[in-house]
Design a protein around this ligand. Structure first.
Ligand code: IPE
Ligand code: IPE
Ligand code: MG
Length: 240
């Protein structure tokens, strides 16, 4: 790895499980299970690179449109993943947090997620943020509602609402915005992920399918990130 700043917060859209399975003549569920393995590898690789926060898109508010059996398999696999990884996450001082409508998940999945969040709450190491039943638009609408309620109760004035107060209402309120977004599987869209937070995120796409993703792909993404010039709309002093 070249010298240079490692992204502090990496976000990943874990896509391509279904295509990975189809290419092997396997059921889509097998692709999702292999996706869990890729997540385990990637969490370790992030730790090795010194990435502080990894946010992964595991289930979107739109994914409920999928066949019932696939949704059920995904929910069961989330339980399976957490049970399998729980001890390693605790031992590695990882703090697990969740964004999205967790209460809208099936009971068993919700309990497993809440359990690992609670069990790792005091950990001080890397953060693994699981986006589950998450939608960027829904998150923004919820934030607007919450501010409207506060205004109605007279706790704030509409004029107090600015980008900072708005961001504090989002589910990511205690995280910095992602520095780097990775989307595998060749799709080049954000699919309703972290819409507010990605205003100035660097994007990196790869045709590699998520179940084949690992330390090498992460290294490529980080190297690309390190070569980027982040201007945030400004110009460098030496160019003026
Ligand atoms: C991502 O893989 C997993 C989830 C959306 C939960 P997909 O299931 O979307 O895989 P493709 O896009 O069909 O290959
Ligand atoms: C995005 O992938 C959601 C997750 C990876 C959880 P999708 O496969 O659902 O997105 P689209 O349908 O290709 O946009
Ligand atoms: Mg997909």
């Amino acid at each position: 790895m070249q010298a240079g700043k490692v992204p502090r917060h990496v976000a990943i859209i874990m896509d391509g499980n279904g295509r990975w399975a189809r290419r092997r003549n396997l059921p889509r569920e097998a692709g999702h299970r292999a996706g869990g393995e890729a997540l385990r590898r990637t969490v370790e690789a992030c730790r090795d690179l010194g990435i502080e926060i990894l946010t992964v898109y595991a289930f979107s508010t739109e994914n409920w449109k999928r066949p019932r059996a696939e949704v059920r398999a995904l929910m069961n696999l989330i339980v399976e993943y957490v049970r399998k990884e729980r001890q390693a996450l605790i031992d590695n001082n990882v703090r697990v947090i969740a964004i999205g409508d967790i209460r809208g998940l099936p009971e068993a999945t919700r309990r497993e997620i809440e359990g690992v969040v609670e069990a790792t709450r005091a950990n001080t190491g890397p953060i693994l943020c699981l986006a589950l039943n998450y939608g960027g638009r829904r998150e923004i609408v919820e934030a607007a509602r919450s501010l409207a309620r506060k205004a109605l109760r007279g706790e704030i004035s509409p004029d107090d609402i600015d980008e900072e107060t708005f961001a504090r209402e989002l589910m990511t309120h205690d995280l910095p915005d992602p520095d780097l977004l990775i989307r595998p599987s060749g799709e080049m869209r954000v699919s309703n992920f972290l819409l507010w937070q990605m205003a100035y995120t660097e994007l990196w796409f790869t045709p590699v399918l998520w179940p084949d993703f690992g330390p090498e792909e992460l290294r490529q993404a980080v190297e690309s990130y390190q070569a980027r010039d982040r201007r945030y709309g400004g110009v460098h002093p030496e160019e003026t």
